[in-house]
Design a protein around this ligand. Structure first.
Ligand SMILES: Cc1cc2nc3c(=O)[nH]c(=O)nc-3n(C[C@H](O)[C@H](O)[C@H](O)COP(=O)(O)OP(=O)(O)OC[C@H]3O[C@@H](n4cnc5c(N)ncnc54)[C@H](O)[C@@H]3O)c2cc1C
Length: 418
């Protein structure tokens, strides 16, 4: 597992052992090379000053990874959900901020691409959707446009328990968007904000959720508040205000009503925040092995591997990592529309395990490697702080996963006690 400084790390999922497709093997290798050679060395810069990693996005565009989930017929790489997830985990090993923000961007292609293809639409909805998404994909592939995914509002909407308070009101040729989003990663750096909002009617309903691309430079869009958090500092997740922002009809990323159907029938989409943290878990383990062997870059060549307590700790870390990787791999490999109850319960388990165990593995890494390992000159300290954020991310926070898992395991849909 440990490698010399100038060599690439071993794949997280060995293509032969895990039976990856050729495309999965190629893309994960490409991501690992980019991560190791470019992103790892820059990660400290984004973290220290809470700066968005724009330089990395230029590399993602150059290597075609910005369009990873844009269909091939639209000039993209045409990767499916699982291929994207595996690729993002490799990037997460080297820069959590880049992997997490890249997820917000790629999600705009997954919702509108593979997921939308699986959903029922009328012929006219399908035709309009295909025309509109082509505009959106061209921006990404040709111009390197970056999309954000500001859903959270501070209330119950991001957890799926209430309609979004941000509204879209019909007007000539398009819509007027009004509202506020919190924790909007890529704020001030994205070219488009993929906003979830509710069509304004007398009573707001989740069924009327709309998914709209708001150009970042549109009149009425403001980025407010500061961003000085514990971890994932380079995501620059500041707040967004929308004050009567006009967007044309063609900025609808999905036909009206289709986002609600997608979110309901494709629950695995909410696992897309996990690859970043799966990568962090692997990085914490890799660092520990390298450090105890006296081979971690930037540290003196002192071996500590001969102590039985260190060996026991590494054994425990290895088991936790393998268990997490296994349940995550199974969950992402069975993602699709209308999963069975068992598959949904496994998806909650995978989400919970990745988010909690990545932080636990970082904690164990620092505990085992010792004081010198948590200096800011080494990546472990950043991994530890970044890993803390995973369990907090809506809509599937660790708490919400536990809550749903227990309830849905004990009650079938619609079942109640006397
Ligand atoms: C680094 C980072 C980047 C982020 N980027 C984005 C982004 O790009 N776009 C975006 O939309 N959001 C983003 N988020 C926001 C995130 O999903 C949350 O909205 C944010 O952390 C604020 O949530 P809160 O914990 O204050 O929420 P609260 O609503 O105060 O919830 C607190 C906790 O209560 C529990 N809870 C909440 N609602 C329910 C419920 N209905 N049922 C049961 N339990 C519940 C959950 O466990 C939750 O963690 C990001 C968050 C982080 C940490």
């Amino acid at each position: 597992m440990a490698t010399a400084n100038n060599q690439l790390d071993a794949p997280m999922y060995d293509p032969g052992a895990w039976r990856l497709t050729g495309k999965q093997a190629d893309l994960t290798a490409k991501a690992r090379k980019l991560g190791r050679e470019k992103f790892a060395g820059r990660a400290d810069k984004w973290d220290r000053d809470a700066i968005f990693p724009m330089e990395n996005y230029k590399d993602l565009h150059k290597s075609k990874l910005l369009g990873i989930c844009v269909p091939s017929k639209n000039g993209g790489v045409g990767a499916d959900y699982m291929t994207y997830m595996l690729t993002a985990a490799e990037i997460g090993r080297y820069c959590g901020t880049t992997s997490l923000t890249w997820n917000m961007h790629v999600s705009s292609c997954l919702w509108t691409g593979d997921l939308a293809d699986d959903l029922k639409m009328t012929a006219s909805q399908r035709k309009t959707h295909n025309r509109r998404r082509a505009i959106h994909y061209k921006r990404i592939v040709k111009d390197g446009a970056i999309y954000a995914q500001p859903f959270s509002e501070g209330g119950a909407a991001a957890a799926g328990a209430a309609p979004f308070g941000t509204t879209a009101t019909r007007t000539d040729g398009g819509w007027l968007i009004n509202g506020k989003k919190i924790f909007a990663s890529l704020a001030g750096s994205a070219d488009y904000y993929g906003v979830l909002c509710t069509e304004k009617k007398q009573n707001l309903s989740r069924r009327d959720t709309m998914y709209v691309a708001v150009p970042a430079d549109a009149e009425g869009v403001t980025v407010v508040g500061d961003w000085d958090p514990l971890g994932m500092r380079g995501t620059v997740s500041r707040n967004l205000l929308f004050d009567n922002v006009f967007v044309s009809n063609d900025e609808q990323l999905m036909p009206k009503g289709i986002y609600f159907a997608a979110a309901t029938s494709w629950p695995h989409m909410f696992l897309t925040l996990t690859p970043t943290y799966m990568g962090i878990a692997q990085a914490a383990y890799d660092f520990t092995v390298q450090y105890l062997r006296g081979e971690a870059p930037g540290t003196p060549p002192v071996k500590r591997r001969m102590y039985p307590t260190k060996q026991l700790a590494v054994a425990n870390m290895h088991m936790m990592l393998e268990q997490t990787k296994a349940v995550w791999f199974q969950a992402i490999s069975e993602a699709g529309p209308n999963p069975s109850k068992e598959q949904v319960l496994r998806a909650y388990t995978a989400q919970y395990s990745v988010m909690e165990n990545s932080n636990e593995l970082c904690r164990m890494a620092i505990r085992t490697c010792g004081g010198q390992s948590m200096l800011k000159s080494l990546p472990l300290e950043r991994l530890y702080r970044d890993s803390r954020c995973g369990a907090l991310m809506l809509p599937w926070t660790a708490e919400i996963c536990q809550d749903r898992l227990g309830r849905e395991a004990l009650y079938d849909r619609g079942e109640e006690d006397e």
